[in-house]
Write a new protein. Structure first.
Length: 427
């Protein structure tokens, strides 16, 4: 689970901001919102972010995705860069930015710190807490003279010189230590646990432009449990969908693509399978159960005849299932895209209800749905965050707990009248 993320000089975050899942002592909706991951550390399972358009909400979601990418992405050219983008709305542009992520893999606390620019990783460090005090697992710094990285290890890491040299050779200046580590035949328990957390518990973020239908169709096709989850997910939202059937069409692979495929590093067995079977396209057919008088009738409609809201909601089912089964973190930008405000409320309620069975799942979502702020039976103050754009174009990030507002007062009215800021200034 994630405890907090510090972000500095990345996209619209010029000065350091801190986002936290750590709960206050408030006991509101305790059973739904809170996991005490270790004694004394209470973490939220849901946070939502409000703010005007272009205030930086999406950039918060992107920060988590960037960290996942930097940890996992293999690059073969050290001059390819890191894909890092600093704050650019200033004549005095700072090249370096940084992140510090505090998270728990199982019950173990980790702190991953990263400093980088668009060209290289300047420093990188992973600490963990075997007790109350931190211990270093690895520390990596960039050596400008050699144009390469130097990596040192903590006393608890047993590693021979040959493996050290191999990791350094694989850790190009524009990739994470984890990328080099993953390419050698060596396993260190605590490092492996952290690396697996990034792979399995930090899921790819969802933005409103991502087409989720293909992903969910494929997941439903492969796994009956996901199919049943998706059907129930839709039925609980009062859709009249009672079954889903996936039809598969194969396309031949273009000759040019086959040649590129043969030259790729993909395993030979997978190459042959792809060439023989072609590109698999999955299409959903939805069974709708309707009543004509007192008689039930069932009719199948293809996905292209479903509404955008139906397909958006259906598309969210497979990522949400993965978050629950992996006890993972999922970021969703603009959760209410194509969804009615009541359906967004229902989504939040469904998520919280299911969280009681999946205690380490976390969801971070951005929204413009102000009506949610009227739903006191769904909200905690520490779960509500805001982004505000300063006059210099940078983003400030803060929590509702920074304001003195009593629980019995209307959060909706307070936000609508500008008490929390983070609203468009269009007067």
């Amino acid at each position: 689970m994630i405890q907090e993320l510090k972000i500095k000089n990345f996209l619209s975050f010029k000065d350091e901001v801190v986002f936290s899942f750590e709960a206050t002592s408030d006991t509101t909706h305790e059973n739904y919102y809170i996991t005490e991951i270790v004694p004394g550390v209470r973490l939220l399972k849901l946070c939502m972010v409000y703010g005007a358009n272009a205030s930086g909400k999406s950039n918060l979601i992107e920060s988590f995705q960037f960290l996942k990418n930097i940890v996992e992405k293999l690059r073969t050219d050290k001059n390819e860069g890191t894909s890092f983008i600093p704050f650019l709305l200033s004549n005095e542009k700072k090249k370096n930015g940084g992140f510090e992520l505090t998270f728990y893999a199982d019950k173990t606390k980790y702190v991953y710190a990263l400093e980088l620019d668009s060209d290289k990783i300047i420093s990188e460090k992973l600490n963990y807490y075997p007790g109350t005090q931190p211990a270093t697992l690895f520390s990596r710094v960039y050596n400008e003279i050699s144009d390469s990285s130097e990596i040192s290890y903590g006393s608890k890491v047993k590693i021979n010189k040959a493996v050290k040299d191999e990791i350094i050779a694989k850790t190009l200046k524009n990739v994470s230590f984890f990328v080099g580590y993953s390419q050698v035949n060596y396993t260190q328990t605590e490092i492996e646990k952290a690396f697996n957390w990034f792979s399995d518990q930090l899921l790819d973020s969802i933005d409103p432009n991502i087409g989720l239908t293909g992903y969910t169709n494929s997941a439903v096709k492969k796994d009956e449990k996901i199919k049943n989850f998706a059907i129930n997910f839709l039925r609980n939202a009062q859709y009249n969908i009672t079954n889903i059937e996936i039809e598969t069409e194969s396309e031949e692979i273009p000759e040019g693509f086959i040649k590129a495929l043969e030259e790729s590093s993909m395993p030979e067995s997978e190459k042959k399978k792809l060439i023989n079977e072609g590109i698999q396209n999955h299409h959903a057919e939805f069974e709708h159960t309707v009543k004509i008088g007192n008689v039930e009738e069932k009719h199948y409609l293809p996905e292209y005849l479903q509404s955008a809201g139906t397909m958006r909601y259906y598309g969210l089912s497979a990522p949400l299932y993965k978050a629950f089964t992996n006890n993972a973190f999922l970021g969703i930008d603009e959760i209410d895209s194509s969804l009615h405000s009541h359906l967004t409320k229902h989504f939040v309620r469904e998520y919280l209800m299911k969280c009681s069975d999946h205690s380490n799942t976390q969801l971070l979502m951005t929204t413009h749905n102000m009506a949610l702020l009227n739903e006191k039976d769904l909200l905690r103050k520490d779960a509500i965050w805001f982004t505000e754009k300063h006059e210099n174009g940078s983003t400030d990030l803060y929590s509702m707990t920074d304001f003195d507002i009593r629980k019995e007062l209307s959060y909706f009215k307070a936000y609508n009248t500008g008490k929390f800021g983070a609203i468009p200034n269009v007067d």
